[in-house]
Design a protein around this ligand. Structure first.
Ligand SMILES: CC(C)(COP(=O)(O)OP(=O)(O)OC[C@H]1O[C@@H](n2cnc3c(N)ncnc32)[C@H](O)[C@@H]1OP(=O)(O)O)[C@@H](O)C(=O)NCCC(=O)NCCS
Length: 193
């Protein structure tokens, strides 16, 4: 995924999650969650995918009805799971939400493929003066519990964000971001054998 951010430079990508269709995504999400139908994250993602599908329906009356249904289920997801994913957020394929509670994804946020996020994660703006300046997250990003990723920043591919990190700057691909405010460190090579 190519990401481009910065004030005024925010650009949404074509929605990659649309490429295999609504039912293709349903099957893929089910497999990604290892068939755990009771996982709250699975249902939160499904509700979000439903909303994305609804936005693309061409027949206006049907689109309006589906969007209202999405609104209702999205609210239920907030109340029962503590997971809010803004209706316009772009969520890539095989996104896993581990656990639940206090998870906020801003409506303008972009999340790549194979991203994992956990309880307490916020992906949103940094101030109310720039409400639409929000992060773009690359592919294979692993976001630790309680992490806050704020503002018009880009997180590259294969990044690990530490538990409770507050990330306020771009993070290059292949690095880790830890602490408050987050410091960028290179990933240590994994020891084998
Ligand atoms: C960020 C993370 C992925 C790094 O793991 P790792 O690649 O094995 O890296 P290391 O443990 O070698 O740590 C690298 C450095 O970052 C520091 N660090 C790691 N995680 C940190 C965190 N959450 N906050 C602050 N510093 C952290 C380490 O102390 C180390 O510092 P040093 O270079 O000064 O020695 C991991 O520590 C983490 O936070 N994972 C989140 C998991 C999670 O949320 N679990 C909840 C499950 S419910």
């Amino acid at each position: 995924m190519t990401v481009q951010t910065g004030p005024g430079a925010f650009r949404r990508q074509a929605e990659p999650a649309q490429s295999i269709g609504y039912f293709g995504l349903l099957a893929e999400d089910y497999r990604s969650y290892k068939e755990r139908l009771l996982a709250q994250g699975f249902w939160a993602i499904r509700i979000h995918r439903f909303g994305t599908m609804a936005r693309h329906v061409r027949f206006a009356p049907l689109r309006i009805v589906l969007k209202i249904i999405h609104r209702i289920f999205s609210k239920l997801s907030q109340i029962f799971f503590g997971i809010y994913i803004g209706a316009n957020a772009q969520v890539g394929r095989r996104c896993i939400i581990e656990h639940f509670g206090e998870i906020i994804v801003h409506s303008e946020a972009v999340i790549g493929d194979d991203v994992r996020l956990r309880q307490g994660v916020t992906i949103g703006n940094r101030s109310e003066e720039a409400p639409l300046d929000v992060p773009v997250i690359g592919n294979r990003v692993n976001i630790g519990a309680g992490a806050k990723i704020l503002g018009p920043i880009s997180i590259g591919d294969d990044v690990d964000i530490g538990a409770n990190a507050v990330v306020l700057t771009d993070v290059p691909s292949g690095s880790i971001a830890v602490g408050v405010p987050a410091r960028i460190k290179p990933k240590k090579p994994k020891q084998t054998g």
